[in-house]
Write a protein that binds this ligand. Structure first.
Ligand code: ADP
Ligand code: MG
Length: 256
């Protein structure tokens, strides 16, 4: 390839928004020569690499704006530690068809069973698939909405929780809410209804949500929207956080 042609391709690729091609045209032609590629094969290679680089960039930037607390995956989740949890239920969720259907997922159970881990893993998978993600605890969301409301910025702030394709609401039920706070949660859930997915985690059963939201009528209204299209996964088992500690205690008592 002449230097002139190389320079022109670099410049055209840059203008077309194909930075990977612009940067690696020499590398591409070397590989094509070495492998004696046909024209179609070469074009296919250039386009598919450009797309892969672009998707990887979008995925990384999506993870940055998602505010996820970590990026754990389902591969890192030890299903043998929760024998009552059917792995198929979680793996079905990981196909993301509930997100495509703008339905919700609820992960319920006591502390340490991996609710947040699974919610994050689903969100990471969704981000990789191209969905926009936002992670918040319920308490942070309520606090931010209250502050915004006081400042006359509620509509603007609601957008943070309404725009993403997937909103992860972690730790529903850790702190009881006042009626005005529960009303802000209702606004988010009712406005997202059938428009975007919510993945939530809670240590409370749905029947206890009346206490969480300080008002049975509001709690019912929230649950009504949330559960109309919702996959519910209950994890009833031991805390993984206490796993090593419990094993150590068992060892000590064996010795004694
Ligand atoms: P929860 O949200 O239910 O309180 P977390 O998801 O925060 O629990 O889990 C607590 C810690 O234990 C995290 O570091 C998580 O990655 C890990 N963990 C929980 N369950 C499992 C599991 N079955 N296999 C591997 N790690 C787990
Ligand atoms: Mg948690």
């Amino acid at each position: 390839m002449s230097e002139l042609t190389g320079n022109r391709i670099r410049s055209t690729a840059g203008k077309l928004g194909l930075p990977h091609l612009a940067e690696t045209i020499n590398e591409f032609t070397r590989r094509a020569d070495e492998a004696k590629m046909g024209y179609l094969e070469f074009l296919d290679l250039v386009l598919s690499e450009e797309l892969a680089v672009r998707e990887d960039r979008r995925f990384r930037s999506g993870l940055r704006t998602s505010k996820l607390p970590h990026h754990k995956t389902l591969d890192e989740y030890d299903f043998s530690f929760q024998p009552e949890l059917d792995p198929r239920k979680v793996k079905d969720l990981a196909t993301l068809s509930f997100i495509e259907a703008k339905a919700n997922a609820a992960l319920l159970g006591p502390p340490g069973v991996g609710k947040t881990h699974i919610a994050v893993a689903l969100a990471v998978a969704a981000c990789r698939a191209g969905y926009s993600i936002y992670f918040t605890t319920l308490d942070d969301m309520v606090r931010n909405l209250k502050t915004a409301e006081t400042a006359g910025q509620l509509v603007n702030k609601l957008g943070t929780y309404l725009r993403p394709s997937v909103l992860v609401v972690d730790e529903v039920g850790y702190q009881p809410l006042e009626r005005a706070e529960a009303n802000l949660v209702f606004q988010v859930i009712s406005k997202r209804y059938e428009k975007g997915s919510v993945i939530l985690t809670s240590n409370k059963t749905f029947s206890e949500w009346g206490q969480v939201f300080g008002d049975e009528v509001l709690a019912t209204a929230i649950l009504d929207r949330l559960l109309h299209h919702c996959e519910v996964v209950s994890i009833n088992g031991n805390s993984y956080r206490l796993k090593n500690r419990l094993q150590a205690i068992a060892r000590d008592s064996d010795v004694a």
